[in-house]
Ligand binder design. Sequence first.
Ligand SMILES: Nc1ncnc2c1ncn2[C@@H]1O[C@H](COP(=O)(O)OP(=O)(O)OP(=O)(O)O)[C@@H](O)[C@H]1O
Ligand SMILES: [Mg+2]
Length: 360
Amino acid sequence: MKRTNTKPKMSIPNPLEFILSSFIMELAIDLGTANTRIHVKNKGIILNEPTVISRQERGGKVVAVGLQAEEMLGRAPKNIITSRPLEHGVISDFDMAEALLEYFFKKLQRQPGRFPFPLFPRVLIGIPAGVTEVERKAVVDAGLSAGARRVFLVEEPMAAAIGADLKIKEAKANLILDIGAGTSEVAVVSWGGVVVSKSTPIAGDEINNTIVNWIRERFNVLVGDKSAEVLKKQLNVHADDQNSPLTIRGRNLNSGLPKEIQVERDELRQALHRPVQQIIELVRDIIEETPPELVADLVHTGLVLSGGGAKLAGIDQLLAENLEIPVRIAESPELCVIRGLSQILENPKLLEKVQVAWGR
Ligand SMILES: Nc1ncnc2c1ncn2[C@@H]1O[C@H](COP(=O)(O)OP(=O)(O)OP(=O)(O)O)[C@@H](O)[C@H]1O
Ligand SMILES: [Mg+2]
């Protein structure tokens, strides 16, 4: 996916908005495929929960959202449907995305000592770079129907770069790679703007799927997503200094009974070679598209990793070896986007500069 440059719309403050501004709840939201993080202006990140919602099959009544809903994944009774309303960073189920945001807004208002009366927040939401106009508008509409008074959008790689403390205002190239659950996004940021960006649907979820499929083919055992994720977190994709095999439990597809298997680290590493290589290729492609003067900067500024997938052990070493530039993992990489969005929310001039239009 390539980024199209769009001119931000001007926000025109009106007098009522000015008077209300001291009472208004302002939120920054990282609406991720796997996790939603919300920052409340002047208060900090006060919500960090899975982007999961459970509802009754009949009538669609919401029964659980976030952490509680995630616990129901794969365990809930038949009449309850548990789903993730986002796929590859964009809304795939509008009604459920709206219900999830509405639930989170209400939860923030219910917090003791906070917002004792209903408020219609101004919200800033991160979106993947290069999404379509329709996908952008879906995020805005979900925010508005969930109760937001106003919605602003910022591209996630820009937010991630700010949240990773990159010197984005300087005329130097900064390369950021955000590996989330549904998308990996890479961007070159310079002079306070995104020069070039690219994304791929190969990220944490795809690595989990690859593990599930490989174990089914190799051992004839079906394992769940959560078990695959636990296995992934124990493997170093570059090289392991320990040899002990990894243990995982699933269902033997011949007998239908539970089975525990031992997985050799080397074999699993090989099985994950393809998705990991696809992420490396994404960064290689963007370096090839970067103007030569900026490429020269990258030898010094290197690549910074954000997103939960940056915690995949060894991914930094593999990237450094393959791309021959320094690679650094940002502090708490999974929080880079929300940290960046919160800095943008607190700084109206920066917001004016980096927000993207959404066609209204
Ligand atoms: N220690 C770890 N090792 C490997 N992967 C990890 C680790 N911790 C988290 N992850 C992965 O990080 C991903 C979640 O990251 P993050 O919360 O940044 O995604 P997201 O923002 O919800 O998704 P996206 O940005 O794609 O919409 C999951 O795929 C998870 O498995
Ligand atoms: Mg993300």
